[in-house]
Design a protein around this ligand. Structure first.
Ligand SMILES: Nc1nc2c(ncn2[C@@H]2O[C@H](COP(=O)(O)OP(=O)(O)OP(=O)(O)O)[C@@H](O)[C@H]2O)c(=O)[nH]1
Ligand SMILES: [Mg+2]
Length: 450
């Protein structure tokens, strides 16, 4: 897909939008001016109210199905869109696609073309479209949340703002180049330009500081409680979460599952850090009648851990190199200390709990990204573009700053070239000036029907 399709947007596209393979239900979607015509060809006459799921009967084969009509402009693509839900038989779906082609002249949609039309209709910006792709591809809750951040569209809005500011400055520099033979025409002085570029640089740096790499967001670090049975792991787990999630009992071998719960911790900088706190079965005690599968699952969890809370001197050979906080539990019992520890806690009295929270946040550092507040999710492409833009901008300022007090711009051609490169990088994140090849690359990652 490329932006050349702007001129072809008057045609009608059709695709099977449900997952490939045999499923109970299939979905065929059509978008374009001929969508209603296609619907008439598909179904026996029926009263169709837009946005209402309606029970209909197919003309051929004469079987029941469901359809929804989204009338332009209130649809995903901004055009008339019809979705036909029918039994997920591949032959049946193919037939519906063929009927759409015959009746309405619809052609098969390319990958991502529905979302591309939504983008052309101004219903999504580019980074939001990438959020749609990421949502479709998400395989975990964390990935889904990261994709939602992108779909929210703030990255695109910020990039668009930077593009406009920088384009204005560039226009002034280029005007200066055009008038070099008229010395009294100075569209912008070096000092003013430097100040304006500094403001843009400042915004860019602030944006990068707010942003978190996709990888960090899609997988929160695991913090695993590892210790022998009945050492108070589950009690501590519940106390850290502030609610009873794990079963606790005086009997060893109580915990038999791997429990994973998100936990927010305050950071020294005043922010929030999110980790996945993990409670597992007690390890390495022959007295506890825990079967091998449970022990294996517990060891797998330790292997995944980015931080181990080692309870009462437990050593984890499964992940010996992982950062560790040595925790002593049940401090209220006043049992003489067996070995060294970093923090002594009592889930009963609350002693040491805040200290432990701070230690976890400090050890996890940047890895425990909080999804709250003003976080921006950046895919690798976004981060590369922002950093490249920053580099170009700094290069422009390197030419400019030493000559702040001059009357004419120093090396205006080189200045314009650096600013133009920065502009291209920023434009690749959103806005009207996005190069076609970037647009094409993004929509090529979609699957057909989306
Ligand atoms: N006095 C006191 N008792 C505690 C404390 N923490 C846990 N206990 C008790 O210790 C016993 C074992 O607690 P659990 O939290 O189930 O221990 P566990 O390590 O999860 O045990 P397994 O899941 O069997 O490995 C329970 O009877 C708890 O009430 C504490 O801080 N102080
Ligand atoms: Mg337990």
């Amino acid at each position: 897909v490329s932006a050349e399709h702007v001129s072809e947007v008057t045609d009608t596209i059709v695709a099977v939008s449900s997952s490939p393979g045999v499923a109970a239900r299939g979905l065929v979607r059509v978008s374009g001016p001929a969508a209603r015509q296609v619907l008439d060809a598909w179904i026996e006459p029926a009263a169709i109210v837009p946005r209402r799921m309606t029970r209909v009967r197919l003309r051929s084969p004469a079987i029941p199905a469901w359809c929804v009509l989204f009338a332009s402009p209130r649809s995903y693509t901004g055009q008339d869109v019809v979705e036909l839900q029918l039994p997920g038989n591949p032959a049946l779906l193919e037939r519906a696609v063929a009927q759409a082609a015959a009746a309405g002249g619809a052609r098969l949609a390319e990958p991502g073309e529905f979302t591309f039309r939504a983008y052309l209709a101004g219903r999504l910006d580019l980074t939001q479209a990438e959020g749609v792709a990421a949502t479709i591809a998400a395989t975990s809750d964390a990935q889904l949340r990261a994709a939602e951040l992108l779909r929210g569209g703030e990255l695109g809005r910020l990039a668009q703002h930077l593009v406009e500011s920088l384009a204005t400055q560039l226009a002034l520099v280029e005007a200066g180049i055009d008038f070099t033979d008229q010395e009294d025409v100075v569209p912008i002085s070096p000092g003013t330009l430097d100040t304006n570029l500094a403001a843009i640089e400042h915004e860019l740096v602030a944006l990068l500081r707010r942003a978190r790499p996709w990888k960090a967001i899609e997988s929160l670090p695991w913090v695993v409680l590892a210790g022998e049975p009945s050492t108070g792991k589950s009690t501590l787990f519940n106390a850290l979460l502030g609610r009873t999630r794990a079963v606790v009992s005086a009997l060893p071998g109580t915990t038999r599952d791997v429990l994973v719960e998100p936990l927010q911790l305050p950071t020294a900088a005043g922010g929030a850090c999110e980790v996945l706190l993990v409670d597992i079965a007690g390890l390495d005690d022959p007295r506890a009648a825990i079967d091998r599968d449970i022990q294996a699952a517990a060891r797998d969890a330790i292997t995944r851990a980015e931080l181990i809370l080692s309870i009462n001197g437990h050593a984890s050979p499964a992940n010996a190199d992982a950062p560790t906080i040595r925790v002593r539990t049940m401090a209220d019992l006043g049992v003489p200390d067996a070995g060294e520890h970093d923090v002594a806690v009592s889930a009963l009295t609350g002693q040491g709990m805040d200290h432990l929270r701070r230690l976890i946040a400090a050890k996890i550092g940047d890895r425990g990204v909080s999804l709250a507040g003003d976080l921006l999710a950046l895919q690798p492409r976004h981060e590369l573009a922002l950093r490249a833009a920053l580099g170009q901008l700094q290069q422009a300022r390197g030419l400019l700053t030493p000559h702040r007090d001059a009357t004419a711009l120093p090396a205006p051609e080189r200045l314009a070239a650096a600013m133009r490169s920065a502009l291209d990088e920023l434009a690749s994140l959103g806005g009207a000036m996005t190069p076609d090849d970037v647009i094409g690359r993004i929509f090529a990652t979609f699957c057909v029907g989306k």
